[in-house]
Design a protein around this ligand. Structure first.
Ligand SMILES: NC(=O)c1ccc[n+]([C@@H]2O[C@H](COP(=O)([O-])OP(=O)(O)OC[C@H]3O[C@@H](n4cnc5c(N)ncnc54)[C@H](O)[C@@H]3O)[C@@H](O)[C@H]2O)c1
Length: 252
């Protein structure tokens, strides 16, 4: 069995915090050199903390709303990784809660740009490199809302539904280059993104909690194993999959 990521080079967007920091830690613990790309200086702080032992970890700040910054951030990451990229995790994502009737246009545009368009542009850049190298692994972060509609998060739901479909579309085109494109669909996870729900909508929070068969919300730790697996040689025949990591939520 070869789950090691020794000498592999990874770029993790959103890797400075939350779930994707956990994913980045998993890849790093398995031996990969990692670049954390985020919108704030948290990416640098997390890189310093993570890089205290093991392979090098670097931080890059870029705003994924802007295509020029996506390209600049990608180039900077590749400089740190000496021009090689084996693993891309498209993890950065935001959301905004509001009734659909009142949903502000600027929030709609922003969410679609960060959660969907940036995934496509970053994947295009990475796949061009991976094609030349003879293969690679792209892991997108989908959601439970890739499967169902939820309420008061229409832009988020639309973006995550599209991320699942984009994962399949890209997997079909890039399998012939040895590039696997898969998505992880986390269930309800306790992070900054969902803290507001707990505070402002305790009713919905309770309803969700009672539906999780494992009886708890997920954590970043819960995503480490699946990420290392999808980044490793052991998942070479898996592509186009959207894999729930949800404590059983979807099955109920
Ligand atoms: N928390 C959950 O329950 C849950 C469930 C399913 C999926 N997800 C997804 O997991 C991913 C991580 O979410 P999280 O809960 O850890 O949230 P988080 O807020 O802790 O992390 C979001 C990350 O995205 C980055 N980011 C946001 N806007 C950016 C921009 N404009 N440019 C560059 N980077 C930007 C931030 O720097 C941050 O590191 C997201 O894609 C989210 O949709 C979360």
């Amino acid at each position: 069995m070869n789950f090691t990521l020794d000498r592999k080079k990874a770029l993790v967007t959103g890797g400075g915090s939350g779930l994707c920091k956990g994913i980045a830690e998993g890849l790093h613990e398995a031996g990969a050199e990692v670049v954390l790309l985020g919108s704030s200086s948290k990416a640098f702080d997390a890189a310093r903390e993570m890089g205290q032992s093991g392979p090098s970890v670097y931080g890059v700040q870029a705003d994924l709303q802007d295509k020029n910054q996506i390209e600049a951030g990608y180039q900077k990451a590749l400089e740190y990784l000496d021009g090689r990229l084996d693993i891309l995790v498209n993890g950065a994502g935001i959301q905004y809660r509001c009734d659909a009737l009142d949903f502000p246009a600027e929030q709609w545009e922003k969410i679609i740009r960060i959660n969907l368009s940036a995934v496509f542009y970053m994947s295009q850049l990475a796949a061009a490199k991976m094609k030349k190298q003879g293969g690679g692994k792209i892991i997108n972060i989908a959601s439970m809302t890739s499967f169902f509609g939820s309420v008061r998060i229409p832009a988020y739901t639309a973006s995550k539904g599209a991320v699942a479909q984009l994962t399949k579309a890209l997997s079909n085109e890039w399998a012939c280059y040895g590039i696997c494109v898969n998505a992880i669909a986390p269930g309800y996870m306790a992070t900054a993104l969902t803290a507001e729900l707990k505070e402002k909508n305790p009713g919905q929070y309770k309803e969700i909690s009672s539906r999780i068969p494992m009886g708890r919300w997920g954590t970043a730790e819960d995503l480490k194993g699946i990420s290392v697996f999808l980044a490793s040689e052991e998942s070479n025949y898996i592509t186009g999959a959207v894999i729930p990591v949800d404590g059983g939520y979807l099955g109920k």
